[in-house]
Design a protein around this ligand. Structure first.
Ligand code: ADP
Length: 268
């Protein structure tokens, strides 16, 4: 017996009977319904995670603001600290919203702005951009960048890929640590490696770090200002360029991320 189908009820499956075209149609319908159902669940999960991430800084700001409102005699230094904290939470919120927009734009099939990108220059620029952050932690940041490497891709996405990987390497490496970045042509492919001698990633988490909102250590991730979206953005952008990303890491020793872009887009 067939259940009555409500409009948009993705849990309904039709009975598969007999043979021939009708059977094939029923099978195809069921496959499609399962795919849509799982897509629907993924979307709901995404919205619910995003809402949770947005609520956390809002709740913190509310507490800070309320205590300022209801304690007019609060010492000036405490008040100044509270305002700094609120400013920090606003930066967090802005970061989350920016990442969410980047992701949803890509999901909605935003066009790639491809052109010939000077990868050598882009790598030097990104290293330069992140040098102050590394210096703040007394970390050494070194680059081994091959000259005159070009790739046909979307410059701002390529730059975000390297930025996010280096930003993580800096965030998850203690003071005095070492971060090295390389750009090379290997077997005709363009290869980026971002290596650090930081805290590393536990084996059981390695399969998940590219998932949206996934953090190895939730508390620590938030402290360092992470959203858990950085690597999922990286992965999606690498894929849009036909590339691959891999990671090798050992806990307490460090991590190495390798991005490989295929030959076809590479131009020397
Ligand atoms: P986040 O915003 O939390 O940094 P990401 O998606 O960029 O989110 O990374 C997911 C998780 O992977 C991080 O929370 C962190 O635990 C782990 N991670 C990423 N890069 C590194 C690294 N270089 N060293 C150690 N852990 C890392």
């Amino acid at each position: 017996t067939m259940r009555k189908m409500g409009k948009g009820d993705l849990s309904v499956r039709v009975p598969v009977r007999g043979s021939g075209e009708l059977r094939e149609l029923a099978e195809n319908y069921n496959t499609m319904a399962s795919q849509l159902e799982s897509l629907d669940k993924t979307r709901n999960q995404f919205v619910s995670n995003a809402s949770h991430e947005l609520k956390t800084p809002l709740a913190t700001m509310k507490i800070l603001l309320e205590s300022m409102i209801y304690e007019p005699d609060m010492p000036a230094e405490v008040r100044a600290d509270f305002m700094k904290d609120m400013n920090h939470e606003i930066d967090r919120l802005t970061g989350i919203v920016t990442d969410l927009l980047v992701l949803t734009r890509m999901d909605n099939g935003e066009e790639m702005k491809r052109g010939i990108v000077n990868m050598t220059e882009l790598t030097h620029e990104t290293i330069h951009q992140l040098t102050p952050a590394a210096e703040k932690n007394n970390q050494t940041l070194t680059g081994d960048v091959q000259e005159d490497l070009f790739f046909y891709g979307d410059k701002s996405k390529l730059s975000q890929i390297l930025y996010n990987l280096m930003d993580n390497a800096i965030k998850y490496t203690p003071e005095e640590g070492k971060i090295s970045v390389s750009l090379r042509e290997e077997d005709g492919n363009i290869v980026w490696r971002v290596k650090d001698n930081g805290i590393g990633i536990p084996e059981e988490d390695l399969d998940h770090i590219f998932e949206r909102f996934y953090r190895v250590d939730k508390a620590r991730g938030r402290e360092t200002g992470g959203t858990g979206l950085g690597l999922s953005i990286v992965k999606q952008m690498v894929r849009m360029h036909g590339g691959t990303i891999t990671v090798e890491s050992s806990l307490g020793k460090g991590s190495e991320f390798t991005v490989t872009f295929p030959q076809e887009g590479a131009e020397s």
